[in-house]
Each structure stands twice: as structure tokens, then as C-alpha cells.
Design a protein. Structure first.
Length: 194
């Protein structure tokens, strides 16, 4: 199959599909962090290139409810981010999965078709991940493990360990990375052209 992995600079999902023999290409405004087929530029340039499947990871900066306290100050950015999500979901591709954390996509476009966690795919971690699907079945958990360590804040709130990373230039990249078990499940379960 020809598989487009939109808004991916890590190559994790792309490489999971390539390992299973698919013609997979990642696309992002950033260069790829790993060697492999990658289009650096706007995904709009290649959306109509005859893909069988697209898995899209649009930036969540202006969408995720974890940043709700800033929504009032970025209405224009959020509107543009939602338009980008609509563009991806309406792409001329028969099979689409759009991935994002809990976000305003649920209230402004539509509810997700499925919500998954890394601990369902072999990683001892929690990170609520929503999937909006077109022409694809739900992902079936592959390796259910413990939910992993948590960090308790001064206010008593319990957060996943990855959430409490110290400030750094790459913090957003680390927090947005796709867990390998999820990437492998996508390639294994959605890699059938039927």
C-alpha cells in the first residue's frame, strides 16, 4: 500500500509500515529525525497523490484541552488548527486515521471513534490518545501492561511521568512522540489493503 504519515518528523509510524513492506512516506514541515522517505513541506502539496491510507498527527498546540487556559488568547490559531484538521479528514483518501490528545476536535468537529492508551500496546504509561477514523477498524490492544509510574504535583494531582518533563527545547517533541507499540499496531492492523 501507499501510506502517507502526515505531520510526522520522527519516522516511527512510517518505519513501522516500511518494515512490513509498504511504500510509506512521512511528511512534516520539519526534517525527518531518522533516515527514510520524507517530504519536508506542507502536506497539502501531496494529499492528492493517490494514497491508500493516511495516518495524520496534526499539531495539538492550539487544540489540546491541556492548554485550555490559553484558548481565549489564541482564537485565531485555534480556528486555523481546526481548519487544518478538517482538511486532513476530508482528504481524498479512502482510509484515514487522525491522532490527537483529548482536544477541542471532539466538540468542534466530532467525537473520536476510539480512545487508546500506551499501556494497551506494551508501554507502562498513560497518555490518552484519541483516534478519528475513516474506513478503518478500531485498533485492538496488543499487549496490556501496567499503567506505569505517576508524578503527584504539589496540589495532589496525579500526572503521567512523561507529562512532568523539565523545560527544554525538545520537551514538546518528547511529549508528542508516538509510542512504538502503537506505531507497530497501526502498521500490523491497518496495513491490509482490504
Amino acid at each position: 500500500m501507499r501510506v502517507l504519515i502526515a505531520c510526522e518528523y520522527s519516522g516511527a509510524v512510517r518505519d513501522a509500515f516500511r518494515a512490513r513492506g509498504h511504500d510509506a512516506l512521512s511528511c512534516d514541515l520539519l526534517p525527518s529525525e531518522t533516515p527514510g522517505p520524507h517530504y519536508q513541506g506542507p502536506v497539502q502539496d501531496i494529499l492528492g497523490d493517490g494514497w491508500d491510507l493516511m495516518i495524520a498527527h496534526p499539531p495539538c498546540t492550539h487544540l489540546a484541552v491541556s492548554g485550555a487556559r490559553w484558548f481565549k488568547d489564541k482564537a485565531q490559531e485555534q480556528a486555523e488548527a481546526l481548519d487544518f484538521v478538517r482538511l486532513l479528514l476530508a482528504a481524498p483518501i479512502a482510509r484515514i486515521a487522525l491522532e490527537n490528545p483529548v482536544s477541542v476536535i471532539s466538540s468542534r468537529i466530532r467525537r473520536p471513534d476510539q480512545v487508546i492508551q500506551p499501556w494497551q500496546f506494551g508501554h507502562e504509561a498513560t497518555k490518552t490518545t484519541c483516534l478519528w477514523l475513516k474506513g478503518l477498524p478500531h485498533l485492538t490492544p496488543t499487549n496490556i501492561v501496567g499503567k506505569g509510574a505517576r508524578h503527584v504535583t504539589k496540589s495532589g494531582r496525579s500526572l503521567p511521568q512523561w507529562y512532568n518533563l523539565p523545560p527544554s527545547a525538545d520537551r514538546w517533541k518528547i511529549r508528542s512522540a508516538t509510542f512504538q507499540g502503537i506505531a507497530d499496531a497501526m502498521a500490523e492492523q491497518w496495513g491490509n489493503p482490504c
